[in-house]
Each structure stands twice: as C-alpha cells, then as structure tokens.
Design a binder for this molecule. Structure first.
Ligand SMILES: [Zn+2]
Length: 291
C-alpha cells in the first residue's frame, strides 16, 4: 500500500490551551513520507526521539524550538492514513479547538487525500510485550488489525473503573473516537489557572467535571472521556513514525506511559542488536533473559 498526503494545503487557527495565544496552523502536502512540524525554520519530525515532555500534553523539540499538544492532530493523521505532511505553526502549540480531533478530521478530509510514491509500512508485534509504570500498563499483542481494549479508573462517578474494546479503523475513528473531547476536573482547572497555566482553557475546549458530573453541558457520547483516552493513545503511538497493527490492552495509560511504550517497542524491534533496553518493562526483561 502506498503512503498518502493531502491534495492541497489547509489553514486552521485557534487558541493554544497552555499559552492562550491565537495560533495559526498551515498543513501542507509533502513527499518525504514523514509527518513534520515546522517552527521558525526548524523542521521537527513527529517521532518519539524528538519528545521532550509528556506533562499535560506531548511536546516535541529540536534546536531550541518546541511544539506542544500535537496528539489530537497526530491521532487524525494516523487513522485517516496520512503519512506525509508539513505542519507549519506560528506558536509553541497546536490549537486546542474544541478539545477533540473532529475539527482536524473535518479539515483534513476537506483537503482530500492522495497517494505518494512511497510504500507504507506498519509497525507489527511478533511477541507479546508489556510496558508498566506504577499500577498502569500497556500490553501489545500480535494482530492484523488495530484493536484497543482500554480501562480507566478514576475516583469519580462518570470515570469509575470502566472498560471498552474497539476495533480502530478509519470509520470507527471518525464516528466514535474523533469527536471525544479532553476532560478535566474543576478543582484542577482552578489550581492550574491560579498557577498561570492553561491560559487558553475554557468550557468550550474540554469536558469539565465536578464531584457529581459534567459542569458544562452534555457529553457527546457515552464513555466520551474513555474514548478521548483512546484518541490520545492513537496519536501518541503514531510517534513510532508509522501506523500500527496490534491488539493493545491499556490500563490507566496516559502520555508518559504511551511514549515509554513507543520507545520500548522501537528497542524491541532492534532486538538483534543484543542490547537490553533501559526503558523495557520487567516482563520484557524476564523474557529476554530466558532466551
Ligand atoms: Zn487529549
């Protein structure tokens, strides 16, 4: 299967969640086979090795230039099958828009998608691999599809221990995952605002929860918060530099664990180099030492 890019450039603009700046984004076709951000003349590939932070959002950096909150856009690229594009940004983060990936999906589909003369590769799993962090884990199993079984567990009536399993393809992503908005707690919002953070945060770009439920309107779908965690994961895992085919069991995962998983999977892929990866999960090391 050939890689794809956009048929034409598109422009988007909106508020940055963390800076509150009005930020303009131009997404253009390319033939490199890479997703690349362009900030003040510096091209930053959307791959795990350029990740410099996973606090609140995923931030890429190179030569002193950074670009944050890339995960919702990457999620849209991943599932629309867009392998190659340049995203020029005039600020340090991608606009939050409505807190979901839907506005990106709509814009990318309106531009149209076409093939380039490069072959698409998928990241596949040959043996089970588990990445853990405290009580959280990600387990990757072989599959010829992309399937996610995700469990969240928060001390909240809407986010108590609940799970969902979905086959993630283009249609299911567009309809069931891309509209799911990010979520936060009113107590957290108040604290972050007091600390001068999330300057662009508002009731228009996140589901805001108090102890009882949603304080700003209705959910777009049942399990919207859980679906947003899947959306984030789909974006983060695209930092492999290619789409993935795997069955993924996720328990309380998030950006930090997602990126740790990408690094571990890459090391695992380089297994023949006979190096034990520093970031590998315990069971991975156990398996390695059994060989
Ligand atoms: Zn998110």
């Amino acid at each position: 299967m050939k890689m794809c890019t956009l048929k034409k450039s598109i422009a988007l603009n909106g508020i940055g969640l963390h800076t509150g700046m009005d930020i303009a984004v131009k997404i253009s076709p390319s033939k490199t086979g890479k997703i690349q951000f362009l900030r003040e003349g510096v091209l930053i590939d959307a791959v795990y090795s350029n990740v410099i932070s996973t606090n609140f959002a995923v931030t890429l950096g190179k030569n002193g230039k950074t670009i944050s909150t890339i995960e919702h856009l990457l999620s849209a690229f991943h599932m629309l099958g867009i392998d190659s594009a340049v995203i020029e940004v005039n600020g340090p983060e991608i606009p939050i828009l409505d807190g979901s990936a839907k506005p990106f999906v709509d814009a990318l589909l309106s531009a149209g998608i076409e093939k380039i003369n490069k072959t698409r590769k998928y990241f596949t799993i040959t043996k089970p691999i588990e990445i853990t962090m405290e009580d959280k884990y990600l387990l990757f199993l072989p599959s010829n599809k992309f399937e996610i079984n995700y469990t969240i567990s928060f001390d909240h009536p809407l986010l108590d221990k609940r799970s969902e399993e979905l086959v993630i393809d283009r249609e299911s992503f567009i309809n069931n995952i891309s509209p799911a908005r990010t979520f936060t707690f009113l107590s957290v919002v108040n604290k972050l605002k007091a600390d001068g953070l999330i300057k662009g945060g508002s009731f228009d770009n996140a589901i805001v929860l108090d102890d009882n439920g949603v304080v700003n309107g209705e959910l777009r779908m049942e399990n919207e918060c859980l679906r947003h965690k899947m959306l984030d994961f789909i974006g983060d895992i695209f930092l492999l530099g290619m789409p993935i085919k795997a069955r993924v069991i996720a328990y309380k995962a998030g950006h930090t664990l997602d990126v740790k998983a990408v690094k571990t999977l890459k090391y695992y892929n380089n297994f023949k180099k006979e190096k034990i990866p520093a970031v590998a999960g315990l069971s991975y090391l156990h398996n390695y030492l059994q060989k």
